[in-house]
Design a protein around this ligand. Structure first.
Ligand SMILES: N[C@@H](CCC[C@H](N)C(=O)O)C(=O)O
Length: 272
């Protein structure tokens, strides 16, 4: 089986071109290949398949084998793979995902993706705070009360604002929230430091992975939550351990995510 190793801001994927390859057991394959000691090593397995409605269909399986509904860095990596191997001249592409059709554009140094409008959880009612009416709620976790803004970008995110990302109890709280009874499908947690209105620093504990170098949907959720709680503007650059992503949230409309994506190497393993 041929594969390409892709990365977007350090969030890395084993990409398999399913126009040519056939995968029968993606969940167990993801667990095996993503292992950094006994496999190829990656945060996820990214499958690109034929689609009747788009240029391709993208499926993402996390390192633990669970399927994810959406992946911002994965979409940019899919765009880079399509441009390099299947659609060399295309500046604009449509990719089918479990969360609908996503449009992306090739840009200088990367890709811009229309991530569509965020969705707030049905129970997310505005509360009055010193910043005005904001959308946030208190959760009990590991004997602490943490305030979270829950946003879906096609996959679930809980955003927690902190003074310093370096000091965030990322593993303790991220792991506990991933398995919290209020998130029956699990959750990705972003620990967000507001540098100023247009600059955020973020670390992410990803569902099915643990801490990653970056999360595209997480960067979008961080800006949406920052804007909803009056902490930042609707456009911001988001610095993650693996690099910087740009996020813009149109008034009442979609979120655009922009950043790099590249193929790092390719290889072949015995048939699976
Ligand atoms: N890193 C991704 C998100 C991957 C899926 C996530 N772990 C989930 O299970 O929802 C991104 O760049 O968005």
């Amino acid at each position: 089986m041929k594969f390409a190793k892709m990365q977007g801001t350090g969030n890395d994927f084993i990409c398999v071109d399913c126009f040519r390859e056939k995968i029968v057991h993606p969940h167990s394959l993801a667990r095996r290949l993503c292992d950094r000691h006994f496999g190829i090593g990656a945060d996820g397995l990214l499958l690109l398949l034929p689609s009747a409605a788009a240029d391709c269909r993208m499926e993402l399986y996390n390192r633990d084998g669970s399927a994810a509904g959406m992946c911002g860095n994965g979409l940019r990596c899919a765009g880079a793979y399509l441009n390099a191997h299947l659609l060399p001249q295309r500046q604009e592409m449509i990719i089918e995902t479990r969360a609908g059709l996503k449009r992306l554009w090739k840009k200088e140094g990367g890709y811009r993706v229309d991530m569509e409008a965020p969705r707030l959880e049905a129970h997310a009612l505005p509360v009055l705070s010193e910043r005005g009416l904001v959308i946030e709620e208190a959760f009990s976790v590991e004997g602490k009360t943490v305030t979270l803004t829950c946003v879906s970008m096609g996959n679930p995110h809980a955003v927690c604002f902190v003074e310093k990302t370096e000091e965030a109890e990322l593993e303790l709280l991220g792991r506990a929230l991933e398995h919290h009874h209020r998130f029956p499908e699990g959750v990705n947690t972003e620990f967000v430091e507001i540098v100023d209105e247009e600059h955020l620093k973020v670390r992410v504990w990803e569902r099915g992975c643990g801490e990653t170098m970056a999360c595209g949907t997480g960067a979008c959720a961080a800006v949406v939550a920052g804007a909803l709680t009056g902490r930042c503007g609707r456009s911001a650059s988001v610095r993650l351990p693996g690099g910087t992503l740009t996020v813009e949230w149109e008034q009442g409309g979609p979120v655009f995510l922009e950043g790099p994506a590249e193929e790092v190497f390719s290889g072949e393993i015995p048939a699976v």
